[in-house]
Design a binder for this molecule. Sequence first.
Ligand code: AMP
Length: 357
Amino acid sequence: MNAAIAPGAAIGILGGGQLGRMLAHAASRLGFDVHIYTDEPDSPAARVAARTIVADYHDHAALAAFAGDAAVVTTEFENVPADAAAALIAAGAIVHPNPRALAIAQDRLEEKRYFAANGLTPAPFAPVETIADLRAAVHAIGLPAILKTRRLGYDGRGQARLESDLGLDQALEAFAGAPLILEGFCRFEREVSIIAARNAAGEFAAYDLCENEHRGGVLARTIVPAKCDAAVQAKAVAEARRLMQALDYVGVLTIEFFLMPDGALIANEMAPRVHNSGHWTIEAALTSQFEQHIRAIAGWPLGPAARLCDAEMENLIGEDAERWAALAADPTARVHLYGKREARPGRKMGHVTRLKR
Ligand code: AMP
């Protein structure tokens, strides 16, 4: 196991978004410096970090320089190019989570196969590359179904709902040859996520299940605790623990599930990182997901994940952030703004957490 990294060392974060920014806040509170590596000038994380390298994710010389200064390197977005992680490791960096976990999470087909192999239950699925594959998959899985790109889909992008056998050719053509996966449509009761942490010593901690509402494919609101039986919570925790052990995972990992009317949990996807549905932990848990991730990757003991009270988190998307003055005057609102210069539609600009007694 890695020795604990002492305060004063630098933690490297690949990615400059709001998750990197909130990780940097947590790391600095524990006495670490944060170095950001991002391809975006003027990123939210860079403006709260000790040092930033702005370079392409394929720039191996810049990655090696970054690796040389950091006691450990982590990531704050999913689609870290595989060669970036490999270049960091070749330059001597310790990288958490490990590249295998990143690779599995980047490919919906590999991810679903891995879920199934480790006792989680994905929606029925089949790989699709040709029209013959698609017809066979629709025949096996039934309709409605969802056709998704295997890679680079997020927030509902890169997917199409199929309702009838007519128009399968056009549906396939719209994806312009990208490798796809067909998934059975799940008539879920609610969407929930489990956020859990593991360190190299095998210590494990999980937060209470979060209930998530999406609007236009983007997370709009998270409520904790999720409305579900204790047995559902226990099952989600057991599945997260098993998956993280199998992956030899170090850091925070999130699994998004569909909770079915009969209490079954269908594993939709995993995010190898802190997650938007865990922002409530900043105020409403003994240890935030951000501190927990830093503790895990630095080889520290995990903190207690106990929830202090019920909570509700609302994302401020696009022009929602223009409400900042009213929210600042609202004593029930804990306001977080990410410092993004431009409020584009659909862009996550901040969030608000309200504590419920
Ligand atoms: P994803 O990109 O896989 O996270 O999907 C985005 C959203 O689409 C999910 O949060 C669900 O609301 C919906 N969705 C995705 N896959 C399915 C499915 N197999 N059945 C029903 N709804 C789905």
